[in-house]
Each structure stands twice: as C-alpha cells, then as structure tokens.
Design a protein around this ligand. Structure first.
Ligand code: ARG
Length: 463
C-alpha cells in the first residue's frame, strides 16, 4: 500500500514517500482502528468547541460534526477502507472526512495535535474498559456471594501448605474471594477516578495560542476536568499502566481461584463438580472431563502481567514530551483488556454453575487431624496448660492416633489420659468439625454466624 507520493497529511516538506519498511514500522492503523469511535467522539467535541469559541464558523463545525458521523457509520458498516499510508486512525478519519465534506475538514485540526488527540482517544478507550471491568466484577462478586450463601455452614478442610490445617466453612472460603475481588473493584474505581482528566487541548506539547475552551471539551467527553499540564497531558501513560496494574492483580486473584477449581474438581478431591458448559472432553480418553476454562483463566495472568511489564519498559526513560515509542502502548492494553474481561466472564460462569459436594467436603474436613488445634485450645482453656505444653500433649495424641490408623475422636478416654491424666470426656465436644468451626467466632473467623454477617454486609454494599 506504499504511497509513492509524500504523505498527504504532513508531507509538505517531503519530496518522496516513505520506504515500505518505514511504513510498516510506522503505521499503527492495523491496531489503533479500535480507537475509531473514541477518535470521532473526541473530534466532534473539539469541533463543537472550535465553533463555540469562534475559532471556526458554525457552518464549518456543523459540516465537520455531521461528516464525522458519516465516517463513523461507514466504519460500523464495514465499508471504510483503512490505509497504512495514512499511518493511524487519526489521519485515516481526517482524510476520509475531507473526501466527504471537502476543504472544511482541514479546519478540524486547529488548536490540537495528534499527540493530545491520541492521548484523549486512548483515555476514553481505557475508561470504557474500566467501566466494563467494574460491571464484570460486580457480577462475579454476586456469583461468589450466592455460593457462599448456599454453603455458609458447610464444613470443608482449610489448608496451609496445601496440607489440611483446620476445618473452615465453604461460605468462609468463598467469602475470601469476595474480599479479594472486592478490593479489585475498589482499585478499578480508584483508577477511573484518577484517570478521568482530559488531555485534549494540550496540543503538540505546549498548549495553543488559539482561545480554546478546555473545560468545554473535557465535560463534553465526560471528563471531570482538563489535565493541568500540557507536557504531562501528552506524555502520561500512567492511566494505561494503572489499568494494567489493576488488571494484573485481578488476574492474579482469578488465577488462584482457577487453580483451586482445577484441584477441587479432580478425582482425588471431588469437592466440586464443574458444569458441562464449562468443561471439555478428551479426544482420546472418553472418561475425561477437563477444567479447561479454569486452566486458561489460570494462565491469563501471564499475558496481562506481560503487558504491564512491556508498557512499563516502553515508558521508562522516555524524555518529555511525546515520543513515538508511546505508540507501542496500545496493543498491550487491548490484549490485556480483552483477556481480563474474558477471564472475568468465564469465571463468573464457572462459579455460578459449579456444584460443591457437601458430603465430600465434610468428610475431607475431618481428615488430617484437622481439629488438633481445637484439642490444644481445650487443654489451655479447661486444664489451664500453657499453650506450648498443650501443643506437645496434642502432638503425642496425634502420633498415637496416626500409629493406629485412627482419627483423634476415635481415641478412647483411657488412651487420652495415658498422655495427660486430667483429660475428661468433655474433650470430645471440641473434636467434631462442626463444633470446631462454630467455635471460631472471632471477627472475620469461620464460624457460620460470622460468615453470614459478612455475606449480609457485602450484599448491602453491592446493592
Ligand atoms: N499513532 C500515534 C500514536 O499512537 C499518534 C500520535 C502521533 N504523533 C506524532 N507526533 N507522530 O502514538
């Protein structure tokens, strides 16, 4: 597509067009066409402002605004012919506008530059992604809450080091993810608040001598205010980086939950059954049901965090203001946003559909001497032993049970008393997993009453 003549948008001082390789490395239209709607919205706001301030005539501004809508509808209809010779979305739109409305199109670029234009377009695009992520997170939070509510008092093993540690409730485990995803939601909202300033009107880097009204374009585009420093406005990409940071942390949380779903749905665990809708079969082993969606969600953090590292690396060391390096911001963010939203939707579907198995969870909860801590606490509370001694006594009892292939509640009172003479039959009350979880009533603990209180708090907050 190399244009042998010089570029029609900036080629005034050039005698020849670019080499094909130059065009290939320079053009961003292959990906920044995703900014078309934002570019046209930004240009329409700019044109309205140029008319309101008397910088261009109402007639020309109206022609520009109408023409831009025509260009947009051509794009939406798939009729627009994108040109690599025109480099990017901004010049593709403007060139087509000239075809549609004639010379008046040339007035649109008064008092602005592609530098503030791309910064504005990209902010608008990232803002849309933050809004979509907010909605997806709320949906997923509701799915986790619904799971927590169903099994608020179902017992399951709590793990540390992936070794059975103490019994917890299913509701408590689900609510741990509600807390994590809830912080992700807070980070999304914070990022949106911080980034919602408008670069348009910063022009190339120094502002403009035209009497533009930056408050007008900012408010027209839904920004809270214009960016206060023109150099910063055109060279800041930390709104995109913050999005990638927030997305990375969120993807990391999704990855942890995905890993648990992979483990829990295995034949060795059987804690949950994943639905057919979110499982796949094997082409060779007819018995297989694979948790592919969970595995792919688990993997998404790789590309999302990769995008974060890539853009941080692009931006580090760039002198103010705009450098073409910054064109490399978009593909990373596009890919990360697409994959974060896909992962959130897939996780929502999996969580909504999955069926935890109450009996299996409860049976697993009592394996691995999971109430040994309850026994030690009983020795402290009832017999007034120092905790360290109670720990030691309990360890001996666990060893005795283990030697004989039994669990703690299966030891006789005689056997217990052979380790510590003052133990009484009331010790059996704390050895059951239901008693164990019911006793953990400290704020934020796993007792069903605590879990239900947290569920109620979150339901209210999400209303
Ligand atoms: N396509 C460019 C980008 O994405 C637009 C800005 C170009 N600015 C310039 N001074 N060449 O960064």
């Amino acid at each position: 597509m190399t244009d042998q003549t010089s570029n029609r948008m900036w080629g005034g001082r050039f005698a020849a067009g670019p080499d094909a390789i130059m065009e290939a490395i320079n053009a961003s239209i292959g990906f920044d066409r995703r900014l078309a709607a934002q570019d046209i919205a930004g240009s329409r706001a700019h044109a309205a402002m140029l008319a309101a301030t008397g910088i261009v005539s109402d007639r020309d501004a109206e022609a520009i605004r109408e023409g831009l809508l025509t260009v947009l509808s051509e794009m939406e209809a798939g009729q627009f012919v994108f040109s690599a010779a025109l480099e990017d979305i901004h010049m593709n739109v403007e060139a087509r506008l000239k075809d549609v409305i004639g010379e008046a199109a040339g007035r649109l670029h008064t008092g602005r530059s592609r530098n503030d234009q791309v910064a504005t377009d990209f902010r608008l695009w990232v803002r849309d992604q933050l809004d979509a992520a907010e909605e997806a997170l709320v949906t997923l939070l509701r799915a986790c809450l619904a799971q927590a509510e169903v099994g608020a008092d179902w017992v399951m093993p709590g793990f540390t080091h992936l070794q059975v540690a103490q019994p917890v409730t299913w509701g408590h485990h689900m609510m741990a993810y509600v807390e994590m995803l809830g912080r992700d939601l807070g980070r999304v909202r914070d990022a949106r608040n911080r980034m919602n300033e408008c670069p348009l009107g910063a022009a190339a880097l120094a502002g403009t001598s035209f009497p533009i009204d930056r408050d007008m374009t900012a408010s027209e585009l839904g920004f809270d205010r214009p960016c206060a420093n023109s150099l910063d406005a055109v060279s800041d990409r930390d709104f995109a980086l913050e999005f990638l940071n927030v997305a990375s942390i969120c993807a990391m949380h999704l990855s942890r939950l995905a890993e648990e779903l992979v483990i829990w749905s295995s034949a060795q665990f059987r804690f949950v059954a994943l639905s057919d809708r979110f499982s796949t079969g094997s082409s060779i082993m007819p018995q297989k049901r694979n948790p592919d969606a969970a595995e792919l969600i688990r993997a998404k953090i790789g590309r999302i965090f990769g995008a974060n590292v890539a853009l941080m690396t692009v931006m580090k060391g760039l002198p103010l203001a705009y450098s073409k390096d910054m064109q490399e911001d978009k593909e990373q963010v596009f890919d990360a946003a697409d994959n974060l939203l896909l992962a959130l939707a897939a996780m929502d579907g999996m969580v909504r559909d999955m069926a935890p198995d109450r009996e299996v969870l409860e049976a697993a909860a009592s394996t691995g001497f999971s109430t040994a801590t309850d026994l030690a606490d009983w020795l402290v509370r009832v017999l007034d032993l120092p905790f360290r001694e109670a720990h030691h006594v309990t360890g001996s009892l666990v060893a005795m049970a283990e030697r004989t292939g039994r669990d703690l509640p299966d030891l006789t009172l005689d056997e217990m008393q052979s380790v510590h003479g003052e133990i009484t039959a009331s010790v059996y009350d704390v050895l059951g997993v239901h008693n164990s979880v019911a006793s953990r009533v400290s704020y934020g603990g796993t007792a069903p009453a605590q879990v239900r209180a947290q569920i109620a708090r979150w339901k209210e907050m999400l209303e």
